[in-house]
Design a protein around this ligand. Structure first.
Ligand code: MG
Length: 124
């Protein structure tokens, strides 16, 4: 399974990537903002899941999600948003834009594991 992690914080990308790798997902690509994320996704349309931050320069996570969902290749791509924007209005906005699940920073590896499983339909 190939995953794409998009966040403007290299520290956060490393944390998410390390957690994913400990969960057995070795194939993890990265993007530093929405523009980069979009170009990585287009270069690798076989990506199985997108994990994206909200607040980023150039193109934010919400804009990225809208762009992804507007493309017929990625209609069913599982998307998890990982963000400090934990307010109810933000969560609703993200869900409406097409995210499958939502993680509020800071988060534990267990939470990431559970959300991944939920999105992939895997029971633990
Ligand atoms: Mg950010």
């Amino acid at each position: 399974m190939k995953l794409l992690v998009v966040d403007d914080s290299s520290t956060m990308r490393r944390i998410i990537k390390n957690t994913l790798q400990r969960l057995g997902h070795q194939d993890v690509l990265e993007g530093g903002d929405g523009v980069e994320g979009w170009s990585v996704l287009n270069a690798n349309p076989d990506i199985d899941m997108l994990i994206t931050d909200w607040n980023m320069p150039e193109m934010n996570g919400l804009e990225l999600i809208k762009k992804v969902r507007a493309d017929s290749r990625f209609t069913d791509l599982p998307i998890i948003m990982v963000t400090t924007e934990g307010g109810k209005a933000e969560v609703i906005t993200a869900l409406k834009a097409g995210v499958n699940n939502y993680i509020v920073k800071p988060f534990t590896p267990q939470v990431l594991k559970e959300k991944l499983a939920a999105v992939l339909g895997i029971s633990e």
